[in-house]
Design a protein around this ligand. Structure first.
Ligand code: TNX
Length: 543
């Protein structure tokens, strides 16, 4: 009798939780094709991860570490497949660059891909098939670490799936950026665009120009509520609020991001939004007048780089030389937005430049500025990307346009045969409110609830198929004027990043708000376990 009871007990234990339904698959962004099969795969201490190189080992480690924390044990890593209970990476050259095929059977799991990106995303999918408890920082008992048997074939709709963080208006350091990289990968996003320069702070160490961070990285400590106060440090004086990333830290971030298939695209603003630089080196502005680092808007800011002096270009080229040595990214973002060109109209250097170059207005002078920088960037094997104002006065020959003032600039650039990343304020500005205003922390304005982000499409209906091919993808932008803390930054990013991820990853025909709304509640549980301060208000507004 005892033997029979033991046998029955064992049998019950083995069959526990192996019956799954479609609703157990709650992956965001939704995979292209999912076929659910009978049964499931149970992870245990004796599960082995079969890797064929060091990179696959590094890629596996993130999930292995989760088992260690949440289950209290770690599957092992090996080089050759045993007969059962393993997770294997298989190179499949026929798959597209970021695509993966995931086959889960009761015996084993195969993840096929042609490159590391696919292995990374295959494992992220496994993670989301696991119980939410896998995200727990402490051991959770009585969990069966079983995932449904499935066949998933998945690949992204767009190759640029980005998030921009503004490190200038408020400074966020290396640890927060690492966490953000992890979370981008969880949502299968692959670009982290760092806005490293703006009026209110210079955030990247440049060895040749140390004052950029000695002076330009610091402003008067103040509440973010005083955004419109005309407050600035005294010229040359070091403020008390700020910070910057050293080149070492940035290199570390770049290397870390690579293990998560995230490319860091640096943005070095020019010719405007650069008071922090002019406060450090006034000689590169038209007026050459000492100024302080402003804490707030002081809008409009007319003090910008001088486009007449060759020394300005040398200064910027020196900076970009150091930037390009840190970031392997193919793209260098040069900003280009909102340049109030009043000073260029009276500056003798700028006037002379316009005359010798045959430029009829200051828009043409900005175009000259951008084209000159593009030549330099191209000569270093990189591509220039800038905000849609770079269209004005004529686009540089090889420039990629980031369309933020709606989609108009992007549509125009694609018409001209240029590549485009769509980031329209209407759908992609995460500095906007997302729920009832009375419920929300102070924000810049605007209203972009979760449901609206979900309706974003980087391709515009009026585009021809040829133009649509120029759309590299989409990106969310988080401007940080009103975002003083990491907790608030998280609040603005999540869950809207989940909605955005689906608009840039999943096939368009699978877009379904009802279905997304049910999957997002599982994501909320993951966020909670991960300690992410996601917006609870986002869900209060659905249209
Ligand atoms: C415009 S969007 C800006 C930023 C501000 C943002 C506030 C863009 C290219 N420039 O400098 O932070 O509006 O939403």
């Amino acid at each position: 009798l005892v033997i029979v009871a033991l046998f029955l007990g064992l049998f019950a234990c083995q069959t526990k939780h192996v019956s799954f339904t479609e609703s157990d698959i709650q992956i965001i962004p939704k995979p292209a094709e999912v076929t659910l099969q009978e049964g499931g795969f149970a992870f245990s201490e004796s599960t082995q991860f079969v890797v064929s190189d060091e990179t696959q080992k590094v890629i596996s480690e993130a999930l292995l570490a989760k088992f260690q924390k949440a289950a209290g044990w770690t599957p092992s890593v090996t080089n050759s497949a045993p007969s059962k209970n393993y997770v294997q990476f298989i190179t499949a050259n026929e798959l597209a660059e970021e695509a993966y095929k995931l086959e889960v059977t009761s015996n084993h799991i195969n993840i096929s891909a042609s490159a590391n990106a696919g292995f990374i995303y295959g494992l992220e999918t496994v993670r989301q098939l696991l119980p939410v408890a896998i995200e727990s920082p402490e051991v959770v008992s009585n969990i069966d670490w079983v995932i449904p048997n499935v066949l998933i074939q998945d690949q992204p709709r767009f190759k640029w799936r980005g998030l921009m963080l503004d490190l200038s208006r408020h400074f966020f350091g290396k640890e927060y950026l690492k966490k953000t990289i992890d979370r981008l990968a969880m949502h299968k996003m692959n670009v982290l665009h760092l806005h490293l320069v703006d009026d209110q702070g210079w955030r990247i160490e440049i060895k040749k120009y140390p004052k950029l961070t000695e002076v330009g990285a610091w402003r008067v400590d103040q509440e973010h509520l005083a955004w419109n106060a005309r407050l600035a440090t005294k010229p040359g004086e070091k403020g008390t609020y700020g910070g910057f990333l050293t080149q070492e830290e940035l290199k570390e971030l770049v290397a870390y991001a690579k293990t998560k298939n995230v490319e860091i695209v640096p943005e070095i603003e020019m010719p405007a939004h650069v008071t922090s630089a002019i406060a450090s080196y006034p000689e590169y502005s038209c007026l050459e007048k000492p100024v302080g680092v402003p804490s707030g808007g002081l809008w409009p800011i007319t003090d910008i780089y001088c486009a007449g002096k060759d020394s300005t270009f040398e200064f910027l080229q020196d900076i970009l030389t150091e930037v390009m040595a840190i970031f392997p990214s193919k793209y260098i973002h040069i900003g280009g937005d909102e340049a109030t060109k009043t000073n260029w109209k009276t500056c003798p250097h700028c006037q002379k430049r316009m005359k010798t170059e045959g430029l009829h207005d200051v828009e043409a002078l900005q175009s000259y500025f951008v084209k000159r920088m593009e030549k330099f960037i191209n000569a270093h094997g990189k591509k220039l990307i800038g905000w849609d104002e770079i269209l004005e006065g004529g686009l540089a020959p090889d420039a990629t346009v980031m369309s933020w003032r709606g989609v108009k600039g992007g549509v125009e650039a694609a018409k001209q045969g240029h590549d485009v990343v769509m980031t329209p304020g209407t759908h992609c500005y995460f500095d906007h409110y997302q729920g009832p205003q009375s419920y929300e922390p102070l924000a810049w304005g605007g209203f972009t609830p979760l449901s609206k982000v979900y309706t974003f499409d980087p391709v515009v209906d009026t585009m021809t198929p040829e133009e649509a091919k120029h759309v590299l993808g989409g990106q969310a932008n988080l401007w940080a004027e009103f975002i003083p803390t990491e907790a608030q930054s998280e609040y603005m990013i999540y869950p809207r990043l989940a909605a955005l991820s689906e608009t840039v990853w999943s096939p368009k025909e699978l877009r379904n708000w009802e279905d997304f709304s049910s999957r997002i509640s599982t994501m909320f549980k993951r966020y909670k376990q991960l300690g992410i301060n996601y917006a609870k208000s986002a869900y209060l507004v659905t249209s």
